[in-house]
Design a binder for this molecule. Sequence first.
Ligand code: ZN
Length: 281
Amino acid sequence: MEIIHRVDYRDSWDKGLRNRLERENIKYKISEDFNKKDGLVVFNISESHPYWNRIEKKLRGFLGWFVYGDTVDTCFSDAEILNSEWSLLYAQNAKKYPEPFNTWSVNPNNYDQFCNKCGTHIQARPFRIQKETNWGNFHFFTFIIGVGIFTRKQVFDVFRRNRIRGVVRNDVLINHTGKPADDIFQLMPDRTTQGGLVIGEKVKVSTCRKCGNKKYPNHGRGAMKYRREPRLKEADILYTNEWFGSGGRVAWREILISNKVSRLILEKGWKGISLKAVEIV
Ligand SMILES: [Zn+2]
């Protein structure tokens, strides 16, 4: 596994850093800021990169001043995923919005018991979308706001042929007609675990003052640890009982997939998805 840091900072706060990144062959993106005088610089660096030690000192030294943003993530090799009994499934390829676009983020029309403080919810109705999608080479997408993994009919056909247990093919509705899209479906586990997340001492769990639900921060470094619990025997695809997400109105349950499912995903080479190994303890 490789630990990756996504670092972001305002260009004016460290004028020399972009030159140093160029010298070290580290690619960055710069976006023009709202005031058009400054830019937000974003780059990814692995902890195995020779420049990491020097950049780390900088981040540690200045982080308290909020000069640099640092988000930690972990990349697993295909071999590590194939060796892992369970993995986490993430859709990438975020290009679309749920409809109705104007109100969805404050009042999601498909959720019941939506807590507008922490974002926990029960999905009671299908997501709505503007129009059919042109899949191109991709097999999965997620929304820019909101949670959910969306895929094609052919993926469910493969799941059915391979007797993948615990997954529901949920319709997605075209907003202006109210009819189901032909080839967009939400991949939804039909059950959750009983709860088996193992967290380190330093992990801060937040309890919502409004609804009382607990949320765990997004898991970034290394493999998530999960206890072997009875529900893992019942299905190949499951929601975690635990909610994740830092800060306001966004909350999701992670999706656990068995080795049988991750093997299929890698064999088929489906795009628009990423997998992270889980350590079962
Ligand atoms: Zn809440």
